[in-house]
Design a protein around this ligand. Structure first.
Ligand SMILES: *[C@@H]1O[C@H](CO)[C@@H](O)[C@H](O)[C@H]1NC(C)=O
Ligand SMILES: *[C@@H]1O[C@H](CO)[C@@H](O)[C@H](O)[C@H]1NC(C)=O
Ligand SMILES: *[C@@H]1O[C@H](CO)[C@@H](O)[C@H](O)[C@H]1NC(C)=O
Length: 389
């Protein structure tokens, strides 16, 4: 049985208060039982995407690592490890086969899979940024999770995952979590205004307003973000009716150049806030047939050039840096799956992650910004190095 966290209890109890006579102001034990069961059901539904919280090991440095930072620390000054295409962590050939009635035949699962640790395990291990790709679930009624055509969990709704994150934050109130969301194309589902209205309402329920940083268009301090989710908005609000004006988040949808090696994206003109982004995922500067080492070296060079800029005290020390360590499948032989990019191919060909670990360790104490990883847990110590612990 899941312990009902404090803020959720308060919320559910105040709902109970609204609808009950004053004599019932103190929730009866049956109401507690009902709300506990309701949360358990939602967490069960979220599990294919969130995973199951196996808790924190005693003395683990990563579970609550932000507790050591002062409230006035600016988020742009922090080192925040993230996971790219977060929701793919359990996407195997077995998962794919079980969903083929929705997707039809599609390429093998390893083309889509970028992670092997669940979101909750990643949180406990210190990961603080999550990259979610959404589109309608089968039936076009609820919003779910995809990587390209690969439907990931047809019964898990966006709001179920958010509940799991709220629940984790209740247990880790010193921590701040960033959620990057964009609409996934190529899923065959409608990209209509109703989708964005649904998403808008999910982000604006009274409950969501308590758990999402409400500031719009600007990244603030750790103090203001603790115990909450901060939205990195990578979808366009173009299709949202204009009377729906409560739009939270850091707008990163404009001028995010596809496959960019050094994107400069102004997300707040008034405050002159800029995001510097490396999102070079399709390694197209290496001839086909060059083999894994050439692809990995090329990506590693672009990645570390970008993080090097993030470490510079003179370039843009007060701006946001996001570097993607991940790269995508390329139709080559041997196949360059996200996993081969991340962890290499056998002992002779180290992946991005093996190469990145010593590189980051040598620069411990410097500002790296956000680094989005694939298969982060395949190389022990990588997340700690990305944080600078
Ligand atoms: C992971 O995928 C397998 C195979 O499809 C499935 O049996 C299992 O329930 C999934 N795990 C979770 C937590 O959903
Ligand atoms: C969902 O949308 C797709 C694409 O528009 C359509 O083919 C499908 O029939 C829709 N499904 C339902 C249940 O409406
Ligand atoms: C690093 O900063 C320099 C100076 O602003 C810029 O010209 C260069 O493109 C940047 N490189 C990367 C990879 O971001």
């Amino acid at each position: 049985m899941v312990d009902l966290p404090k803020r959720l209890t308060v919320f559910i109890c105040s709902l109970a208060l609204l609808f009950s006579a004053p004599a019932l102001a103190v929730p009866s034990s049956s109401q507690k039982y009902l709300s506990q069961q309701a949360l358990t059901d939602i967490l069960d539904r979220s599990a294919p995407i969130a995973g199951i919280d196996s808790g924190c090991q005693k003395k683990a440095k990563t579970c609550d690592w932000m507790a050591k930072f002062s409230d006035n620390t600016k988020l742009v000054h922090m080192n925040l490890p993230g996971t790219h295409d977060t929701s793919t962590w359990n996407y195997s050939d077995a998962t794919q086969a079980s969903l083929i009635r929705y997707t039809g035949p599609i390429p093998p699962a390893n083309r889509y899979r970028c992670q092997q640790a669940s979101i909750l395990d990643s949180l406990n291990a210190g990961v603080r940024v999550f990259d979610l790709r959404f589109a309608y679930n089968p039936g076009n009624d609820t919003i779910g999770f995809y990587h390209s055509q690969a439907l990931l969990a047809p019964n898990t709704r966006m709001e179920d995952l958010f509940f799991a994150l709220y629940n984790w934050l209740d247990n880790h109130p010193t921590e701040a979590v960033l959620v990057s969301m964009n609409h996934e194309g190529g899923t065959g589902t409608p990209d209509d205004s109703a989708l964005y209205e649904k998403l808008y309402h999910i982000l604006n329920t009274p409950l969501a307003q308590k758990y999402w940083v409400q500031a719009s268009g600007t990244l603030g301090t750790l103090g203001a973000a603790r115990g909450k989710l901060t939205l990195l908005q990578r979808w366009s609000y173009n299709k949202l009716p204009s009377d729906l004006t409560k739009r939270i988040g850091i707008p990163l949808d404009r001028s995010w150049t596809d496959n960019g090696k050094a994107i400069e994206l102004v997300y707040n003109t008034d405050k002159n806030q800029v995001a510097f982004i490396e999102d070079f995922y399709e390694i197209d500067n290496v001839p086909l047939g060059s083999g894994p080492t050439a692809y990995i070296d090329s990506k590693f060079e672009v990645l570390t050039a970008h993080i090097t800029n993030a470490t510079s005290k003179s370039l843009n020390p007060d701006q946001l840096y996001i570097s993607f360590a991940s790269a995508a499948f390329i139709n080559d032989t041997p196949a360059m799956s996200p996993e081969v990019f991340a962890v290499g191919s056998g002992a002779d060909v180290p992946g991005i992650n093996q190469k990145l670990l010593p590189w980051l360790k040598e620069r411990k104490g410097q500002r790296f910004g956000i680094i989005m990883l694939d298969f982060w847990d395949a190389v022990p110590g990588l997340v700690e190095a990305a944080i600078g612990l």
